[in-house]
Each structure stands twice: as C-alpha cells, then as structure tokens.
Design a protein around this ligand. Structure first.
Ligand code: NAP
Length: 416
C-alpha cells in the first residue's frame, strides 16, 4: 500500500478489479477533490445528498469512507508553491480507483495547460462520459426535452486535441508545410498554422468497446458512432470503420449493425440485439433535435464529442447541471462539468446539480443502484416542486429560491 504525506486514508475497503470487474465492499474508500471557487459549497451539498441516499437505501449497512486528495488552490495551500497537482494525488487515484472532484482553477503560467487535462493524461482517462437527460421542470429551449436521453462517450486522448500544432511562421510550421507540399503534392498556403489530427485503431476500439459494454450492461438499445468520415476519410471515417470492426469482432452474438438490419432482418432489429449504427456529425446535430428518441448511447471522436455534449446538455436545459466522468479501464474520475464561478465562491448560492448528478454516475459505477434511483427521483421531485437555486429560479415562474445547502437538504428530504 502506498504511503502518503498529506492524504489520510480512513478505515474502509479498497475498491479493486478482478477479471476486469469492479469489486466494491460495503465501506469502499472513495477519494474526493473539493475544488476551487464554488467547489467547497457544491461538494458539501453533494456529500450530504450521496451519504443521505446510501444511508436510506441500505439502512446504514453500506457507507462510503471518504478520503480527501488535493488539486488546484487547496493543493498549493497544502503542499506548497506550484504544487497544483501533487504526484500523490495521481498515485492515490491509481491505487483507490474511484474519485469525484469539484471544478479547478486553471493556473496561469507555470507550464500547466489545464489541471483537468493533466489528470486525464497522467491517468490515461481515455473516455469522457456524459449522460444527458431531462429533469422535468428544468427550463429548456425545446418543446419536448424529455425525448432526449443519451449517454455520450467521447474519446479523450486523440484527434486535434492531441496538441500537435505548429504556429504560423515558425520553423516547425514551415518544415511541415514544405514536407507535405513536396512529398504529397498538396498546396498548403504560406504562413498557415498547422494542426495534426491523429486517430488510431487502438484509441477508437477501446472507446467504442467501453460504450458497447455500457449499453449492454444498462439495457440500452443502440450505440451510434458519430463521425465526419465523408470528408476526413482516414481519421473520422476510420473511426467509424474501426468502431464497427470492434463491435462485430468482439460482440458478434450481442449486436446487429444497421446494414444487417436492412439486409437480413427486413428493417427490424432482432429481439435482444444491440443496434450499432453511425451518423455523420452535422446530421447528428439535427437528429438529436428532430428525432431525439432514436438515439441512446453515442460514441464519438474527441472534437465531435466536445460540441455534441454541450449542445445536447443545452437542449435539456441542463448545461449548468450536466454531469460527467473521465474514465480508463480501471480509474474513474467523476466531475462537475462547469467551472469555479469565482464570483459566487463561498456564497452558498450556486446549483450543486452537476456534481450531485456526477455522484449519481459514481454510485452507478459502484453498482449501488438503489441509492442511484433514490437521488435521481428526489432530485426530479425537488426541481418539479420548483425549490431551486438562483440559476433555475430566474428562469421559472413561481419558484422558491434556496441556497446550495438547502437545495441538498431538500433533496434528502424528498428521498422518503
Ligand atoms: P464557470 O466557472 O463555469 O462560470 C461561468 C458562469 O456559469 C457563472 O458565472 C454562472 O453564470 C454559471 N455557472 C457555473 N457554475 C454554476 C453553478 N454551479 N450554478 C449556477 N450557475 C453556474 O466558467 P468561467 O467563469 O469561464 O471559469 C472560471 C474558472 O473555472 C476558470 O479558472 C476556468 O479555467 C475554470 N474551469 C474549470 C473547469 C473544471 O474544473 N472542470 C471547467 C471550466 C472552467 P451566471 O453568472 O450567469 O450566474
């Protein structure tokens, strides 16, 4: 067992993996990063709700043993100058597997692009998972927001986000341009900035397989591969091809492709089969608005997923309460998807919904379905009864505005 300088590990059981399956005892040790700005407010609210749900669901038989780890401003305060992401934070997540975090300030200067990106890279959290569904009562810009209920798996490590870029006018840009123009008969314009978009079979297949595993274990009906392969044939187009390849090779008995449905099954998905289909990215933005209920689990390369997850969250009015997680085969980091909103720090004012629903994803990951259901139902009830924080209250008529902590207590009260 690793020794830590500042992290205090409480009495409890380590979460482990056996044959690829997560093993969770009754008192699992789960790590948390409080976060900066509004982080402490929303974390306290989240802890109240998650502990309340677990206690109610299992009559005190199960209980999470929380262990604090540090990143962001609190890490600097705890470990010293420039210690925005201490090595033992990463080590603790590697060892204890499951963590939840509030938003973090992005340090200015000091060579760190973003703490979130650094965490994803160091832990190889290759999938960004975003469930998007409607909570009745939430102000939404569309007529039937309830039709959308998708879980988006976005590849996290490749694509134009791999960070291979050359600035206009630099030696690197000139050399890359000259190499491509001379050897591949292209005509990249002078002074172009250049970005490289790598998408690999390895990166694609592990992402698509995670999406399929999720769909199968959660009785979902389809997995849609979203790509722009009509234009970018050897990156986005290959993402589609490799995605189908993984589905057919590794899940042959459990899946059917859209082509097979038409060629062999008269246009009807055979009973009990998971449908694998694909859509071109621009069409997908129309589809989630016009035929939202035809989509279920969605797998995308990095950039498509970035755009699509925010568009989908906005459609259900949930940008401010959208949950998320970054995952590898073993480590999982659940997180609020908004920032630190520094002007509201310490005011007990903001909506803790994003972190609470990320906590719901975490309970689901632990296999604690009863507690998951309790939080979801109670949160729905609370929003429907219009007891909400300022951000929702300003868009609803007849709402009662409450503080962050009161909103959490109201959710626990509604678990009855
Ligand atoms: P932000 O913190 O997300 O805040 C922008 C606005 O969004 C807020 O002023 C507020 O709108 C609304 N908002 C955010 N969280 C809310 C909540 N829980 N409840 C209600 N409303 C909420 O974005 P930012 O101001 O661009 O970024 C601030 C800092 O956060 C930066 O350092 C940035 O790098 C960091 N950041 C961190 C993460 C992360 O750790 N995952 C993500 C994004 C940004 P109103 O003013 O209209 O009420």
């Amino acid at each position: 067992m690793a020794k830590f300088k500042k992290v205090v590990i409480p009495e409890g059981d380590k979460i482990v993996y056996k044959d690829g399956e997560i093993q969770v005892a009754d008192n699992p040790i789960v790590l948390f990063i409080e976060g900066d700005g509004i982080g402490p407010d929303i974390w306290n609210a989240t802890k109240t709700v998650l502990d309340g749900a677990v206690k109610k669901a299992y009559n005190g038989k199960k209980k999470i043993a929380w262990a604090e780890i540090y990143a962001g401003e609190k890490a600097v305060a705890t470990y010293g100058k420039n210690q925005w992401l201490p090595a033992e934070t990463v080590k603790a997540i590697e060892e204890y597997k499951v963590a939840i975090k509030g938003p973090l300030t992005t340090p200015v200067g000091g060579g760190i692009r973003s703490l979130n990106v650094a965490l994803r890279q160091k832990l190889d959290l290759f999938a960004c998972v975003r469930p998007v569904k409607y909570y009745p009562g939430t102000p939404s810009p569309v007529k039937k927001p309830g039709k959308l209920d998708i879980v988006l798996f976005r590849e996290n490590t490749e694509d134009v986000y791999a960070g291979i870029e050359f600035k206009s006018g630099t030696k690197g840009a000139d050399e890359v341009r000259a190499f491509i123009n001379e050897n591949y008969k292209h005509n990249i314009r002078e002074k172009s900035g250049i970005g490289i978009k790598p998408i690999s079979p390895f990166g694609t297949k592990r992402l698509v397989k995670m999406a399929i595993d999720y769909a199968l274990s959660h009785n979902r009906k389809s997995v849609t591969l979203v790509h722009k392969g009509n234009i970018m044939k050897f990156t986005e187009g290959s993402f589609k091809d490799w995605g189908y390849e993984a589905a057919v090779k590794d899940y042959r008995d459990q899946v059917v492709t859209e082509d097979e449905v038409w060629e062999k099954h008269g246009g009807k998905v055979p009973e009990g089969k998971l449908l694998i289909k694909d859509r071109i990215a621009d069409s997908m933005f129309q589809q989630i608005l016009l035929r939202a209920d035809e989509y279920d689990v969605v797998a995308t390369p990095n950039l498509n997923g970035d755009y699509l997850s925010d568009a989908a969250a906005a459609q259900v009015g949930g940008l401010g309460i959208a949950p998320g997680a970054n995952m590898s085969h073993e480590a999982a980091l659940f997180e609020a998807t908004h920032g630190t909103a520094p002007k509201y720090a310490g005011m007990d004012k903001v909506n803790p919904g994003s972190l609470i629903l990320s906590g719901v994803m975490m309970l689901d990951h632990l296999g604690w379905k009863k507690a998951t259901d309790l939080v979801e139902k109670a949160m729905k009830k609370t929003i429907r009864s219009k007891v909400v924080t300022y951000d929702f209250a300003r868009q609803m008529t007849g709402a009662k505005e409450v503080k962050t902590s009161q909103f959490a207590k109201e959710i626990v009260k509604n678990m009855g």
